[in-house]
Design a protein around this ligand. Structure first.
Ligand code: NDP
Length: 330
């Protein structure tokens, strides 16, 4: 396949002190010098894309900028790594942060950022999962490595209706865990049960309390919220249990005592999906395409076009987003 000179991207500009995104024509020759040119057919929406699109300088330093930390499609030109014609997935590293990302129809990235498309998958399917699915898989993998097992008691997922949370709920329930989903959205209780949650509890369960320890209610956890709710969660983990911590939707500051750690041996496990070695990403992608496949999440994923991006990204910032959203460039 040969590439055209121009392509369309949803690009964010700094305007009158604010940030606005819109479709615009871009030139392939302006893409950064890198190994692999990819025709992106699909991307996936993430909280970090919403931050980039709204001018968060911790994510994107300068504008105009094309967000999209996830991309999947076909290699068009390659100097190294995957060959032209191969389907690949790219997530994380600098994609969509300060390197033009998956909200454009073309990206040019280092060969080491590309994961081969798992057999039986296409770009649309991969982007149902995206970084969020990968992160959920990494969270579950870390729990299992620390000895978490079905039968130890309830595993809890916070921010359960979100992109990461919904995949975590389905994977955990699929591999036999009894899953409690913590969600602030009453209308998401039934969808979360459909994904396999055995119960859905409100965020009140993680309301601040003065006590340094609470009755253990959960054996293990995937926490996508961080902040004060994470501190409360740690107080409720059973002895020897683990918490995979991947998110900051509820804040970055966690004020805790050492008591859950030294009296109950609770493990707080950090999960990064962005900068880890590509082999680790590949391992989890293969599981997501195999034994950890989430048909429930796949069925409920929403597909949008570039024109819907602005509203969909704003919903993330207002914590109103639910489930997975795929961007289809066609
Ligand atoms: P979403 O916005 O899709 O989901 C976050 C969910 O958290 C919301 O749907 C809501 O769920 C809950 N929530 C939001 N605000 C609050 C609050 N103030 N207090 C308590 N709960 C809240 O985001 P993602 O699932 O895509 O990402 C989740 C987090 O993980 C983000 O912080 C993101 O930056 C981070 N992340 C980290 C990665 C890594 O590599 N470590 C990779 C990907 C994401 P509900 O209404 O159901 O309670």
């Amino acid at each position: 396949m040969t590439s055209p000179d121009l392509y369309t991207a949803w690009r964010v500009h700094e305007k009158n002190g604010g940030y606005e995104g819109a479709e615009e024509a871009c030139s392939i020759s302006d893409l950064p010098e890198n190994d692999v040119l990819i025709r992106v057919t699909h991307s996936s929406l993430n909280y970090k894309d919403a931050l980039s699109a709204s001018g968060n300088k911790g994510v994107t330093r300068s504008y105009p900028h094309t967000p999209g930390i996830d991309a999947a499609g076909e290699v068009v030109e390659s100097r190294r790594g995957p060959a032209a014609g191969e389907q690949v997935i790219v997530t994380g590293y600098d994609l969509g942060m300060n390197t033009p990302g998956g909200f454009g129809q073309y990206i040019r990235v280092p060969a080491d950022w590309c994961v081969p498309m798992p057999p039986g998958w296409d770009a649309g399917k991969a982007m149902v999962y995206g970084t969020a699915g990968l992160t959920a898989g990494l969270c579950v993998e870390k729990l299992l490595k620390m000895g978490a097992a079905a039968g130890q008691g309830r595993a809890v997922v916070t921010g359960a209706s979100g992109s990461v949370g919904s995949v975590a709920v389905e994977i955990l329930s699929k591999i036999g865990f009894e899953v409690a989903a913590v969600s602030g959205k009453v209308d998401q209780a039934e969808p979360l049960r459909q994904l396999g949650a055995s119960e859905v509890v409100g965020r009140e369960v993680l309301e601040p309390s003065k006590k340094p320890l609470l009755k253990p209610g959960f054996a293990n956890a995937v926490d996508t919220v961080g902040g004060a709710p994470l501190a409360e969660l740690l107080k409720q983990i059973s002895p020897g249990g683990s918490v995979s911590c991947c998110g900051l939707a509820g804040g970055t500051q966690v004020e805790t005592t050492v008591l859950p750690f030294i009296l109950r041996g609770v493990n707080l496990l950090g999960v990064d999906s962005v900068e880890i070695p590509i082999a680790e990403k590949k391992g989890v992608w293969e599981k997501l395409a195999g034994q950890w496949a989430c048909p429930g999440v796949e069925k409920t994923a929403r597909v949008i076009g570039r024109r819907d991006l602005g509203d969909a990204l704003k919903a993330f910032l207002k914590a109103e987003s639910a489930g997975k959203i795929v961007l289809d460039h066609s």
